[in-house]
Ligand binder design. Structure first.
Ligand code: SF4
Length: 80
């Protein structure tokens, strides 16, 4: 699981923005200004010979600041 979902910076992070682009998801912020230090992204290849998807997750990051549920709360505010 991507650690960004529980990170304080998720709503303004340029790396998370790139992850959203890869997942083709609605963006929390289309102009993020925060540049994290040393994020490590794990890319899983899911599928078979017919359909292949790439799943991108940040698994380590020196800028991570714990904020449980920050991503979920932001998603809920976007849908209001
Ligand atoms: S964990 Fe790192 S890459 Fe992910 S939102 Fe936080 S600062 Fe950005």
């Amino acid at each position: 699981m991507c650690i960004c979902v529980n990170c304080y910076h998720v709503t303004n992070c340029s790396t998370y923005y790139s992850i959203e682009k890869q997942h083709q998801k609605q963006k929390l912020n289309t102009n993020p200004s925060f540049i994290p230090q040393s994020p490590i992204i794990k890319v899983n290849i899911i599928g078979d010979h017919r359909i292949t998807e790439l799943d991108w997750d940040v698994v380590e990051c020196a800028s991570f600041v714990e904020a449980p549920g920050k991503w979920l709360l932001s998603q809920q505010l976007m849908s209001i």
